[in-house]
Each structure stands twice: as structure tokens, then as C-alpha cells.
Design a protein around this ligand. Sequence first.
Ligand code: GDG
Length: 488
Amino acid sequence: RSLLKSDLRGDEIIVVSNREPYIHERTAEGQIKINRPASGLVTAVEPVMRACSGIWIAHGSGSADRDTVDKLDQVAVPPEDPSYQLKRVWLSEEEEAGYYFGFANEGLWPLCHIAHVRPVFRASDWEHYRAVNQRFADAVVSAARTEDPVVLVQDYHFALVPRMVREKLPRATIITFWHIPWPNSESFSICPWRSEIVDGLLGSTILGFHTPYHCKHFTETVDHLLEANIEQEHSTITYGGHQTLVKNYPISIAWPEGAMPPVEACRQELRERIGVGASHLIAIGVDRFDYTKGLIERVSAVAVMLERHPDMIGRFSLVQVAAPTRSSLEEYRTFHERMDKLVQDVNARFGQPGYQPVHLFATHHDAVTLQRYYRAADACMVTSLHDGMNLVCKEFIAARDDERGVLLLSRFAGAADELPDALIINPYSIEDTADALHEALTMSEAEQRDRMRSLRSTVQHNNVYLWAADMLVDAARTRLRERIEARI
Ligand code: GDG
């Protein structure tokens, strides 16, 4: 953490993301209640901002009633120990519908995740996306106190912001991180505004992805769309006289500090919640309720495992936490219904009085409870059909200082590159996933320990501070070089 501070000492840091790290809500009693959103981006970037300070600009989305929270346009956070400013951009319902639900989540999200959901492109959504990107870029420019701030642009909601900021602040260091996959160039080319998006991103000084694969896909996309100079050797793209470093920075979590609750207490608590005895086996799943996370495949694999190993009926359950997300979109509502129906069917088929093979908790849980669940489980299932990185698997690993528990990890999550000692699965093969689940539930303690030790040493080292420090060190180098060149 000290590395972060020293690399950019005295420099100004501005973060831009759609999601806000803290949601302030007014309760019926008129008190302000503060919630944390379910978001991988916030999980990763928030500890970095705590360490760096500066200003974080976000859409005041969750802060429900904007009239009552007007005074919270800008607040110092974290509430318990303020170290940076949270500034909110308020969007109208129409802007939110077009920019966020429309172009970002019905267009770019399925476009970039190959999960066989067809992207929807509407010209009106694109117009809102462009206009909202301009509003955020303007907010960055007015928040900047110097000509050369360090701006961290987060995710697919803001592809146009780097170029827009660059136009007003040519000397800014703009680090853009794309938290989701980048598809191959043929897949990307169906987007009617493909060139504008790529041009917008190339306003960045550094453009980061999770894996070398995503970087390669992006570079190939540029090659097909624009007259740019690509230098493979240095991973740079020069376009319109400006150079962008395109590089992979695998994101992670903050390694937990301090004592964790006793495993026995966590095990007992979760088993009591689902009404089973102490020796009951549990696999945990924690996801936003999203069609890319492979939830249908996960429950189907549980059914196949029970069918193949009837001795597990009555002895094993999957506990799935599915935090509500984007529920105003039809695609998400339909997915929710399909999932509810499947869970009902599997429970009807294998359930017994007092026993359900699948418990679906489709509500938001707090982070402390999630950590207790991770500690209570015998296995954790990450079955994403496609995922930029996936932080749930890293949280599970970090929670297991007892060196027990088995991780099943989809090979289509970026995290699979870093964590080969998990049981790597292909979620599209229900049978293989079912076999891996059985292997996890019957794995010897010694093998669990060896695998978990290896996974823990990786995540402890490749933590989120390293992710941020790598980008900030690259940024600091670029700033030095630019200063030197300016003097020549
Ligand atoms: C995107 C990319 C990439 C979940 N339910 C609750 C809750 N969560 C937390 C988890 C975890 C986070 O949300 C989910 O992170 P993921 O990384 O798994 O997934 P996305 O939200 O899709 O994140 C992803 C990430 O960005 C970072 O770059 O890894 O590939 O898709 O931290 O614990 N948190 C709380 N309550 C819940 O009910 N508090």
C-alpha cells in the first residue's frame, strides 16, 4: 500500500465508475443508512482509493430518493474513516434507461461476454450513452485541480470518456480498466458504433484488461477498424499521434487482515439456516443474479451429481446467494424465472422432508455474512460461462485460512489463468461439472490442503494493491517519460 502512495506522491487521482462505492439511503425514521453494492469493480477499486485518496465520481444510482439525499452530492468516505471524496452525478430516468440499462447492459455486456444472449443495439440508447459519457467527462474536467491529473476510468459504461477527457486535458494520465472480456474482432464488429468505441478507448494512456487474451482481441479489433500503428513488442498502439499502452493487469481482492470467525461456528450457523445436521456437505455459490454466471448449469450439475451418486441425496446441498441485479431488464427477469423453475424441479425430484438439495437466496447479503458462508462450505462453485476475472473464487480462497474447502472454477473465467490448482471445469459440460463436484466433496484432507495452500499463496501475493500498483507504476513511468520528452 505504501508503494501506491509513493509512486504518485502529490499527484491527483480521479476515479470514474458507474457504480458508487457507498449507497446512502434515508430510512423511514429519517436516518441515513449506508449500504455496499454487490460489484466486483467496487470490491477491487475501493481499497485502492482508501490507500490513495482523491475523488471518486459515480452515478448516484443506488442512493434511492435523490431529492432526500441532495445534500449528499459530495461526501467524504469511507464513513468510518474518511480518506477520499465521493461525488455523484445524478442521471434522469431516461438517461439511465438509455445509457445504463440500454447500451451498456443490453448492448455491450452481451456483446463482450460470449454467453449466447443476443446484444440489442438501439440508436436512442447509443445517444444517451454518448451524452452521459460526456457528462462524466465534464465532471472529471471540473473536478481536476491540475492540468495533468491521473484519471482512472472504470469499465464498459465509459468507453468514450478517455477521448472526451483527453480533448480537454491533453496532459492527463488516463488509465482505463475494462473489467469484462473483450471478444474476438468478428464478434465485436456487429456493434454499429464499434469504431467510435475503440477510438474513445484509445484516448487512454494505459488501457488495461484482465488477461493477455483480452488484450490480443482488443489489438486485433483495432487492427481491423482503424489506421493505427501497433507495436506488438511494446504492447502499444499509436493512433492520431497519441500512444496507448495495452496491457493485462489481473485484478484481485484485498487480502484480509485480522482474525476470522471460527470455522466451526460458521459451519454450524449455515447448517442451522438450512435446517441440516453438522455433517451435511455444502457447496456455496455467490454471484450477481446474472445469465453469464452459469447458474442454470450449476444447478443442473448438482442434479446430475445426485443422480449419479444417490448416496449424496440427503447429505449434500448447494447454497446459492444470488444478489439481485439489473432486474428491470426483460432478459434478467426471464433468467430469474427459469432459474426459480429449475431449482423447484430439482428440489421436487431429490428433496425429502427436511432436506432440499438447492437453497437459492436471491437477496443481497452483507460482506461479513458472505465470508462466514465461504468458511462454512466444503466447496465453492464458480461456473461462469464467461467472466473477465471473477473475484468470488479469490474471496473464497482468502476466507480459508483453515486450508480446507475445494474450489471449482470455470475455465472461462479470467481467474482460471492464475489458479490452475482449483478444479478447472467447463460449465458447458454438465456431466464433467457434476463429476468435479463429486470429486470435490470426496477429496482427501491432504489434497484439499495442498491445493488450498497453493491457491492462497497466489492470491495473497497477487492482491488488489499489486493490480493497482502495476498500473500506477506504468503510469508514473509514462509521466516521467513525457516530462523528459517535453524538455527535449
Ligand atoms: C465484474 C466482472 C471482474 C455478490 N453478491 C453479493 C456481493 N457480491 C460480491 C462478491 C464479489 C462481487 O460482488 C462480484 O464480483 P465478480 O468479480 O465475481 O463479478 P462482477 O460483479 O460481474 O464483476 C468480473 C470484476 O468486475 C472485477 O474486475 O472480476 O469478471 O464481471 O466481491 O462478493 N456482495 C455483497 N452482497 C451480496 O449479496 N456485499
